[in-house]
Design a protein around this ligand. Sequence first.
Ligand code: ATP
Ligand code: MG
Length: 557
Amino acid sequence: MSETPEERRDFIRDMIKSDLANGKVAELVTRFPPEPNGYLHIGHAKSICLNFGVAQEFGGRCNLRFDDTNPTKEEQEYIDAIQEDVRWLGFDWDGEPKFASDYFETFYGYAIHLIEAGKAYVDDLSPDEIREYRGTLTQPGRESPYRNRTVAENLDLLARMRNGEFKAGEKCLRAKIDMASGNINLRDPVLYRILHAHHPRTGDTWCIYPTYDFAHGQGDAIEGVTHSLCTLEFEDHRPLYDWFIENLPVPSRPRQTEFSRLNMTYLALSKRKLIQLVKDGHVRGWDDPRMPTLRGLRRRGVPAAALRDFCGRIGLTKSDNTIEYPMLEHCIREELNKTAQRRMAVLEPLKVTITNYPEGQSETLDAVNNPEDPDGGTRQVPFSRTLYIEQADFMEDPPKKFFRLAPGREVRLRWAYFITCQDVVKNDAGEVVELLCTYDPATKGGDAPDGRKVKGTLHWVSAEHAVSAEVRVYDHLYTRPDPGADGDPIDDLNPDSLSVIADAKLEPSLSEIPVGETVQFERQGYYCVDPDGTADKMVFNRTTGLRDSWAKAQKNG
Ligand code: ATP
Ligand code: MG
């Protein structure tokens, strides 16, 4: 059902195909341009899969370029993490990572070029005044009184800006385009602003920094990027992007094309909002499994392959849309169903004593690791007189359709034996705390030689062999599919997004599953080993449940 990359078609791939076919470009070069001011999220995954994906599909190259033009918000920690996350997602960039800051000297030369051509000027208006002079969508802007400075004066002031003679906001360099343009981005955009800030890479060399618009397209051109793929909010910047390319002595002519950002129900995909969740302690960190960051998804147990599959399926469009969160879960299940080992884990234990099984005795039974994987092999599961089953798998007074355990009923224990509930033990409060059952030794492995059938198969673990675990179960971080629709998304946070099962009982082989691996707890869902675990107590994160509401809705719809 999922398309292979070769079959994938969308307006960007069509464009690339034709550009290559008619010789407009000889080799495809793309780039992924994160600003190192936070961790990557699932929205970035869409851009990564697109940029690196088309490079792979069309035999081209994709650069990783950090857009590090705003030193007040950028940190080395993010630069490192972004590289790690791109690799985790399964991609690698051409050569060394690139940085906009590598080109600061070239950009400065471009600024001088514009001044000399009479196409840029140093402005003394304050940032507030510049905003006010800019006008609105319906009203043209007004020209700055400093707009007609001479070339010599502009060159001198720019050099003095660079030398640190002015305070932040006192001066800036602007392109001289058209204050009456219908496109506000062309109303003399700012090219350089003064920022007395230490830069993670250039240190204190610079106290003026290029704006995104002045750095981005020129970075593309310097690197020979042929297709600069970015999200729709930059569509209105494209005339400016082209203006720079036309008016500067750049070594190549990249072309910008826009596609829709990824929006998803129940998520707020913006680094600013994610930073707030972390800084204000609403989550445990950037890699909290509830976070839509790549680190959060990874810690939750989402395989990179599932994310790549997801990014392929959502497709590329020219207009904004919102993807239903369950579609992501569907991709996760499809991947994990193929790859995850099956194990038994009892989350809400109820003690079961097999009264006709000898005390002190135990045995091991063969269990299949993954019925979907013929090479998955088997493992040994210990069985003994005292077991745990799930509380929800027993009812003292069951309704007709309940096929699990009840007084007098016989069920199968997965990979083991048929057992029959003979009696229940209750505490003073009248709650069932133990079941007394008998087993049929002839049903070893799960089938009765006399052909008798049972309707239920339960998972279980042997009490004395069980491993203890904390299990963290997650719900949406927000209570509504459109967080923030009525104001601040923080007001829509779900107070029950994390619930903790303190003492689940697991089959012992789970202790050998390494941190970061996701397994299926049979009949429950997918769970990933968390690094918070200790020698005494493992910790698991629930990745997702087994029920696929999305696939069902697709079928019925
Ligand atoms: P945010 O809005 O989350 O802060 P950003 O766009 O400021 O994101 P950048 O680091 O500038 O983050 O993004 C790097 C690249 O990832 C850009 O090309 C950007 O268009 C793309 N990108 C960011 N968010 C999304 C998204 N939700 N869907 C698709 N692409 C995205
Ligand atoms: Mg950005």
